[in-house]
Write a protein that binds this ligand. Structure first.
Ligand code: ADP
Ligand code: RBF
Ligand code: MG
Length: 408
């Protein structure tokens, strides 16, 4: 598998890994959006794509104000925030793992060389307990946990380096031998200020946090689009042992399987005509409901069109992302979710149909670095071949029977 710029870094050997929680290990953003959706429903309104885009990545009160403005509501941001906080308190344990987080943490625990693992989160300790209430791995894996309301941290939240300095000290490791996983610009700065190296997995789409960093600091950042693209070998750690044909199957951790149900919508109209590869674009709201906004990559999955062809399941290669090969300059082309069903429909289209998909594995990060359109097409066809081979495996075949694929 290719891993872009994850070349081996010139850094001392890694003795500790420190995780941020929200947006890095847990997909709390999804939960917050779900709760926002319910709050708005009770007000007789509903969350639109535009309102969601306006509010993503902002602090809660600002996010609510943007939503109110975008939807033209007669409500105060304070009231809606209070209402959503009350509901969130009851639902923190519903937060799912970020794609690849469960697998990565399991892997790090099983390293041959002893590796310390810590957590540095802005979350108050009481809320942390709720968030990990039903996640036994997160309850026992960290040898040191620093929370935002700890006495010596309060008032010195990220981007202040205090939380990372403290967790390093609790783990008895030098920051220079510590690798931090972060998804937010403030966390990235905090980790670097503390002297750590940082694997930056931005949770905000098209974020450019590195631009604000000094050249020296930038040397200590490795950006990846999703934890699924992390290569431990580049950091002197053991290689993953769960890959099949260079891909990452999710079946070992069934909670990692992603289920998307949506409607087939119109795309840019270049799939069939320009590439000869039709893709049944899924409406982005359906995707946003289950996958963090910044997660991109090429995946494989089983798909069905339950309303149209009930009972039939198709092997499918899927691209989720910004199609960087086609992105010219600063054009902000929207994120798409495009399944290529590996089946000949004889020229038929199924716009408007319900599509159910079970994402079972990760093939590679999406790439903009193809020398020609033909090179991209060849690579996509190779993704299709890999998909067919991997999905033929016994564990994968079993998922064809999944209730989810039968429709509502
Ligand atoms: P668009 O940009 O609108 O998605 P495409 O050229 O990618 O246009 O065409 C995709 C459409 O073709 C799909 O929405 C679907 O209705 C139809 N289609 C036909 N065969 C397939 C297939 N094997 N996989 C995906 N979509 C297909
Ligand atoms: N687009 C890219 O820009 N980079 C990619 O690496 C890439 N990989 C893809 C892999 C698969 C399996 C599929 C189906 C599509 C991929 N595409 C990629 C998306 C392609 O650009 C898109 O489907 C067309 O532009 C039509 O919108
Ligand atoms: Mg398409």
């Amino acid at each position: 598998m290719t891993h872009g710029s994850q070349t081996k870094l010139s850094m001392p050997s890694i003795e500790a890994i420190v995780f941020d929680l929200d947006g890095t290990c847990l997909s709390t953003e999804q939960l917050i959006v779900d709760v926002a959706r319910r709050v708005l429903q009770r007000k007789g309104s509903s969350l639109t794509k535009e309102a969601l885009e306006q509010s993503i990545g902002k602090p809660p009160l600002d996010a609510w104000q943007s939503t109110i403005d975008a939807l033209g509501l007669e409500a105060s941001a304070e009231d809606l925030y209070a209402e959503s906080e009350a509901e969130l308190t009851e639902h923190w344990h519903d937060a799912s793992y970020m794609p690849g987080a469960l697998r990565l943490i399991h892997h790090l625990r099983g390293q041959t060389a002893s590796l310390k693992i810590g957590l540095a989160t802005s979350t108050p300790r009481a809320v942390l307990a709720k968030k990990i209430q039903n996640k036994p791995l997160l309850q026992r894996v960290f040898q040191a946990v620093v929370c935002g309301d700890d006495d010596d941290i309060r008032g010195r939240g990220k981007p202040h380096p205090a939380c990372f300095l403290k967790v390093c000290s609790l783990l008895s490791v030098e920051p220079s031998r510590t690798l931090v996983f972060e998804d937010a610009p403030s966390g990235l700065v905090a980790a670097l200020e503390a002297g750590c190296h940082c694997v930056y997995v931005p949770s905000i789409a098209n974020d450019s946090a590195e631009e604000a960093l000094s050249e020296a600091m930038r040397q200590r950042v490795t950006r990846i689009p999703t934890l699924l693209a992390f290569d431990p070998v580049a950091f002197g750690l053991d290689a993953f042992r769960d890959t099949v044909e260079g891909t990452i199957p999710f079946v070992e951790h069934p909670e990692s399987v992603i289920r998307i149900r949506g409607t087939v919508v119109k795309g840019f109209g270049r799939g069939s005509s320009e590439l000869g590869i039709p893709t049944a674009n899924v409406d982005t709201m359906a995707v946003a409901r289950v996958l963090p906004g910044a997660t991109t990559g090429i995946f494989y999955w089983w798909a069905s069109l339950p309303g149209k062809y009930p009972g039939t399941v198709y092997a499918t290669a899927l691209s989720i992302g910004w199609n960087p090969f086609f992105k010219s300059g600063d054009d902000d082309v929207g994120k798409t979710c495009e399944p290529w069903l590996l089946h000949d429909f004889g020229g038929e289209d199924f716009y408007g149909a319900e599509i159910a998909v079970l994402v079972l594995g990760f093939i590679r990060p999406e790439s903009g670095e193809f020398s020609s359109l033909e090179a991209l097409i060849d690579r996509i066809k190779e993704d299709g071949e890999v998909t067919k081979r991997v999905l033929a495996g016994e564990a994968m075949m079993a998922f064809r029977e999944d209730e989810f694929l039968r429709g509502r």
